[in-house]
Unconditional design. Structure first.
Length: 233
């Protein structure tokens, strides 16, 4: 391997990979693989921004090199910075934008747990099982759970429970005013024409309520011992 064909420069935010312009493509990929394989323990599995310099690359070539790097070390390449932006500050900003995007998508929760915070428009919270939200779900936010959802706050966004088809799942909230509720395959929207007990029911004072399926319709009722007994939670 030519020591000059691939040079790796690092900073706190990521890596600048300087590529020789004259080395043929297959040899260059092989050199990149060897270089990153040799440095794998040093880099660990850190998330990094990446910048290629010294050689003009097409999008496809960039992707080939990213795949080569990923195959030879544990670095998580979260974004590629254009060469003309390749300063440490620009890489820091690019990495921060990616992290904010990931936070905007939140996380795919793998077990029943609490989520603390307000879900804002565009945010999606997914859970493999039941989830308790310590905060509000604003209009435009979405919660998806294969189990139940309990909102210890105001529910104004969209919520989908029983996502695996379970119509015995439920949604409960301290203040219930959702844009849409889906339980299993049953859907109710705030503008739908529903039976008297359901979403179109005349609003009462803000009291904790529970939404559940009965006779193929979604109903929202104040949480009482009798209601909980009736729906066999």
């Amino acid at each position: 391997m030519s020591n000059q064909s691939v040079v790796i420069k690092s900073n706190k935010q990521g890596l600048i990979v300087v590529l020789d312009e004259k080395t043929d493509w297959e040899s260059l990929k092989r050199d990149v693989a060897e270089k990153f394989h040799a440095s794998a323990k040093f880099f660990g599995n850190a998330q990094m921004a990446l910048c290629f310099q010294g050689r003009r690359l097409s999008f496809a070539e960039e992707q080939e090199l990213v795949e080569t790097i990923s195959a030879n070390c544990q670095i998580q390449v979260v974004c590629i910075v254009d060469e003309n932006e390749a300063t440490e500050n620009a890489m820091r900003q690019a990495l921060e934008r990616q992290r904010q995007k990931e936070e905007g998508d939140l996380m795919n929760l793998q077990d029943g747990r609490f989520y603390k915070g307000t879900l804002r428009s565009g945010q999606v919270l997914e859970s493999e099982t039941s989830i308790v939200i310590l905060g509000d779900v604003n209009p435009g936010a979405r919660v998806v759970s294969k189990g139940n959802v309990i909102v210890l706050g105001t529910l104004k966004g969209n919520v989908y429970v029983g996502a695996s088809g379970n119509e015995s799942a439920f949604v409960a909230a301290l203040s219930m005013d959702p844009m849409q509720i889906r339980i299993g395959d049953v859907i109710a929207r705030s503008s739908d024409s529903q039976p008297a007990k359901s979403l179109r029911k005349k609003k009462t004072e803000d009291t904790p309520k529970i939404a559940f399926v009965e006779d193929g319709n979604i109903y929202i009722e104040p949480i009482t011992k009798e209601v909980l007994n009736d729906i066999n939670l």
